[in-house]
Design a protein around this ligand. Sequence first.
Ligand SMILES: Nc1ncnc2c1ncn2[C@@H]1O[C@H](COP(=O)(O)OP(=O)(O)OP(=O)(O)O)[C@@H](O)[C@H]1O
Length: 312
Amino acid sequence: MSKVTAADLISGTNGPGVAKKDPIIVADGVTRQFGGLKAVDVDHLEIPRNAITALIGPNGAGKTTLFNLLTGFDKPNTGTWSFDGTNLAGIPSFKAARSGMVRTFQLTKSLGRLTVLENVLLGASDQKGERFWASFIPGIWREQENANREKALELLARFKLDAKKDDYAASLSGGQRKLLEMARALMSDPQLVMLDEPMAGVNPALTQSLLDHVLGLKEDGMTVLFVEHDMHMVRHISDWVVVMAEGKVVAEDVPEDIMKNQAVVDAYLGSHHDTDLGSITGQIEMEEALQAELAEERADADTEAATDKEQS
Ligand SMILES: Nc1ncnc2c1ncn2[C@@H]1O[C@H](COP(=O)(O)OP(=O)(O)OP(=O)(O)O)[C@@H](O)[C@H]1O
């Protein structure tokens, strides 16, 4: 896969809110206030189509709130945004999903007491059997049900969860649940997949597999927008990085250059007084921090690793 450069994605001079050559999301004046706190205060933001964009920023920057707004899980105080040219502001989440924009959650929403297959089937959109008149014609809904089942099984195979299709979702490891969420998201053939911290709680044995799956979404023509703290993930798979701090977009750039931006350094320093500046700017190799983190996770996850290895 050839490396994407800033010139491939943006038009004009780079800066927060820079115009994209082919944006799939265009947001304007989006604000969300919680009491006296403006959690989101985005003047202008464009997300490039068929690219992988990471949304990063210190804790409390407003990333998840922005995700919630764009996907209709929360309502803004002000603002408009369009998805693929269609105005989506104020549209509820199920309609946003139907229009081709799906998301996953920081804490996975798999339903423990349903099987893995049933969880994936929940992601199917536009079920003819649920339409009033169609529900009287068994042929129509049976055909739809069979097609959905076939698609769900294909997705489970793609995510190497097919052997677990009849297990309760509660029996899956954290990483497997992330894969299950991705499989469910793909049931509606989305154009844009929004992932909220896809690597959080993922066992190291599944890390590479998850990275590959995210890259695979782009190869299949989808656009990916993800919130992430893990710089390993950000650097390895994103084409573009948007940085938020205190509700605002403070910088945008390609992953190699984003940490050289003074506004980004200031944003992280402002909220992490105790963080070593070297690890933010990349002067200290991120890999070192990552290795330490992985070692710690490994110690905690010996049992899960045994099950997961065959999955990766
Ligand atoms: N429902 C809510 N009620 C009140 N305050 C909220 C609510 N949701 C978010 N906030 C506040 O809004 C700010 C932004 O939160 P948000 O979760 O969007 O940040 P974030 O960038 O996703 O942070 P993190 O990286 O820690 O997940 C925070 O100060 C948070 O406490």
